[in-house]
Design a protein around this ligand. Structure first.
Ligand SMILES: [Zn+2]
Length: 265
């Protein structure tokens, strides 16, 4: 009787058990329906107006006015998180007799436009030259300004994550106090989220601005913003100032916005 029952049971079983079928089906199904990885900027509240500096930091709740203790003026703003960790960094530096002062922080589109157009028009000299007299070709003139200054819409200073520390004169960092300041930052800034975004030009950074030992970027926010720029900022969107028509030919987004220290990505 038992033998007959077992015989019926096994003969009714379909070839290949249901468990085998499921084992094969789960990975196949998940491979088809699995969503692509989310970009690191998703959910951070970024939009193109913010990225391109078309807002007022003084009226943005993500920004804080930097107290005069930490800035060389009383009208600078930066992202709150970047400020919080700058203070931690400045306090640590103080213990090593290093004084850190922010000489430039958030600059919106109109502030950057003022800098750019002053150089474009020759009201502000570039390497001692009036570019409106010495460089007539628009692309060549833009490239000259781009050695150190960003086109409006493409500056990391728009973001409030990037600051210039102590001086924007490269000579300051080559000897004495400035050299000590730079060496301290190079050894310690990463502990507070800061990275020297414009490292020396070379094989690993062939494009972009010249080296800036003063410009430090707060990566917890600037890294996803860089990815947001890579995915959303187009050269054709750059407009509204003298010489903006050169952005497409130069490839400003690829060469300058993304032409950064690879260890800061
Ligand atoms: Zn800077």
């Amino acid at each position: 009787m038992l033998l007959a029952f077992l015989t019926i049971m096994f003969s009714c079983r379909p070839s290949g058990s249901s468990a085998d079928v499921e084992d094969q089906a789960i990975p196949l199904e998940s491979a088809i329906t699995e969503a692509p990885p989310k970009p690191i900027w998703e959910g951070m509240g970024f939009d193109l107006n913010y990225l391109m500096g078309k807002f007022n930091p003084a009226q943005d709740s993500n920004f804080v006015k930097i107290p005069s203790q930490y800035a060389n003026n009383n009208r600078s703003y930066m992202r709150k998180e970047a400020y919080r960790d700058f203070v931690r960094m400045a306090e640590a530096a103080q213990k090593d007799d290093i004084k850190l002062v922010i000489v430039s922080a958030a600059r919106n589109f109109s502030a950057q436009k003022a800098i750019w157009e002053a150089k474009w028009d020759g009201r502000r000299a570039v390497n001692g030259a009036n570019l409106s007299h010495t460089v007539s070709d628009p692309v060549q003139r833009a490239l000259k300004i781009l050695e150190y200054s960003s086109m409006p819409s493409t500056s990391r200073h728009h973001w409030g994550t990037d600051i210039d520390i102590n001086s924007v004169n490269g000579n300051y960092f080559e000897s004495g106090t400035g050299k000590k300041v730079y060496e301290w930052l190079a050894s310690n800034a990463h502990k507070y989220g800061y990275c020297q975004i414009y490292s020396p030009k070379g094989a690993d950074r062939p494009h972009g601005y010249n080296e800036e030992k003063w410009h430090w970027s707060y990566l917890p926010i600037a890294r996803p913003l860089t990815a947001f720029a890579r995915d959303n900022l187009k050269n054709s969107l750059i407009s509204g100032f003298k010489g903006s028509e050169t952005a497409v030919e130069i490839g400003v987004v690829e060469k300058y916005v993304l032409g950064i220290n690879p260890t800061c990505f």
